[in-house]
Design a protein around this ligand. Structure first.
Ligand code: 13P
Length: 252
């Protein structure tokens, strides 16, 4: 089963609109060198529409970093899935560990957000991953099971193939300490086996991205693992050249 790799750059809370446009110029100049890989940028909300316009026709997607499950309502500071679509987004990150920690985002909330994203036509990227304490105490697989099963509990059986899962061990995020290819592959295989329990053969179509200190230097080895279908990149996605190098590694 071949899955088209996806390399997504999560900008977190970085870049003004002017900086985002300068990045888009640089990325577009290097496109075409990276082979058959889907590239998406997840900027702060303020840059969604300018980036969507800058990337129009280039094949590069623009994803939100969060979305609310309601179409609209009294939720100060929130943005709905429909608003993301209106701003030009084609996907959305959901449940990033920084949001789980900073904004108390729960598996129950994610169980509502994932179907809302699908209903709006967005590709949901459900982010999961264990902490260092959980890994050291031997509960990694239980944590991943809970995050996958609860986070995807609202997805209709026919929609599973559209879902993307990002495995981001918290201890590898922003630390420079990436998971080894063996550790990452073992977790990805485990996640796909759990997905098979809930959606049968569609599990082979679901792309599972690895995230956590992915750089041009370690991308090829990570992305050559059989169950790693792309990367969710933080720091190394802030410069066009390093993101392009990672995208090229995804197809090599
Ligand atoms: P880094 O690539 O900076 O470790 O960040 C990973 C991440 O959190 C992407 O969502």
């Amino acid at each position: 089963m071949s899955r088209r790799p996806l390399v997504a750059g999560n900008w977190k809370m970085f870049k003004t609109r002017g900086e985002a446009l300068a990045f888009a110029d640089g990325l577009k100049q290097g496109l075409g060198t990276s082979g058959d890989v889907e590239i998406a940028i997840c900027p702060p909300f303020t840059s969604l529409d300018v980036l969507a316009s800058a990337f129009a026709g280039s094949g590069v997607g623009v994803f939100g970093q969060n979305g609310h499950e309601d179409a609209n309502g009294a939720h100060t500071g929130e943005i709905s899935m429909e608003m993301l679509v209106d701003a030009g987004a084609s996907g959305v990150l959901l449940g990033h560990s920084e949001r789980r920690a900073d904004n108390n985002e729960t598996d129950q909330a994610l169980a509502r957000k994932v179907p809302a994203a699908l209903a709006a036509g967005l590709t949901p990227v459900l982010c999961i991953g264990e902490s260092e304490f959980e890994r050291d105490s031997g509960t990694t697989k239980a944590v991943l099971d809970r995050q996958v099963l609860e986070g995807l509990s609202g997805v209709a059986i026919g929609d599973f193939a559209k879902v993307v899962v990002a495995y981001e061990p918290i201890w590898a995020i922003g630390t420079g300490k990436s998971a080894t290819p063996e550790i990452a592959q073992e977790a990805h295989r485990w996640i796909r086996d759990q997905l098979r329990e809930i959606c049968q053969d569609a599990a082979d179509q679901i792309r599972i991205l690895y995230g956590g200190s992915v750089k041009p230097e370690n991308a090829a080895e990570l992305l050559s693992q059989p169950d790693i279908d792309g990367a969710l990149v933080g720091g190394a996605a802030l410069e066009p050249d390093s993101l392009l190098a990672i995208a090229a590694a995804a197809t090599s």
